[in-house]
Structure formats: C-alpha cells, structure tokens
Write a protein that binds this ligand. Structure first.
Ligand SMILES: [Zn+2]
Length: 132
C-alpha cells in the first residue's frame, strides 16, 4: 500500500461512513481522511477523529505493513476493552463472574469503542485539563 496523501482533518460536507468503526460520520463533523493506492486502485480512507486518535494511541499502525484495516481496528478495540475490564476483576472473581464477563464481551462495538476511548482520553482522566 502506498500513501498518496497523509491524514488531514476535513469537515464533512455530506454523510460518510467511518472506515474503522463503520458508524456514520455526520454532516458537519470534522473527520480524518487520507488517500492511498493499492494495486492501482486509489481510495480515500475516512475515519472519525476519535477513531484515528485511538488507533494512534494504541499504536495500531505499527504492525500493519499493508495499512490498518477495519478488521484490525475492531479486533484491537475488542481485545483492549476486554483487557481493561478483566483487570478490574481479581483472579477468583474472573472465575466467579465468568458469565458476567461473557456478557460484557457481547456489548455493541460502539460501546466498547467509547469505553476504550474514555479510558485513554487524557481529558477525562485529568478533569482539570482544558481543551484547546
Ligand atoms: Zn469511527
């Protein structure tokens, strides 16, 4: 995969779909886009700003020679979410609450993503930080 233009932030003039989480990017929302070329096909990769940020944060791009795919992104979020939750339980509790933990695996991807983003967002972990 070849990168033709690197990530830039643009405002959506119409609705798009995020290439990472597959949720809508709303009209008027700022999103991240880059242009790539693979096998003579040129395509735009459009993602939510928060999806691009969490991918960076979790260094998802590092092990992807062929570029990070939606599958790779979602897999990392699933496992990250699960790791974050399981660390809240002691070993005995993991055994005891295995059904609960199993249920937690089944939550919607969007909710997992939000959970992981909240966990890593420095603005939510340091309440006094200011945006801008
Ligand atoms: Zn997204």
């Amino acid at each position: 995969m070849e990168t033709i233009s690197y990530q830039k932030e643009v405002k959506a003039n119409k609705e798009h779909r995020c290439n990472f989480c597959c949720e809508k990017i709303k009209q008027g929302e700022t999103y991240v886009t880059s242009t790539h070329k693979q096998d003579e096909t040129v395509y735009d990769w459009k993602t939510h700003k928060h999806c691009s940020e969490i991918a960076d944060r979790l260094k998802m791009y590092e092990d992807c020679d062929e570029g990070l795919t939606d599958e790779g992104f979602q897999e990392t979020i699933h496992s990250e979410y699960f790791d974050l939750l399981v660390t809240k339980f002691s070993k005995e509790d993991v055994a005891k609450y295995s059904d609960v933990i199993q249920q937690l695996r089944n939550v919607r991807f969007k909710d997992k993503l939000n959970y992981v983003i909240r966990h890593y967002d420095p603005l939510t972990t340091t309440p006094n930080a200011q945006r801008g």
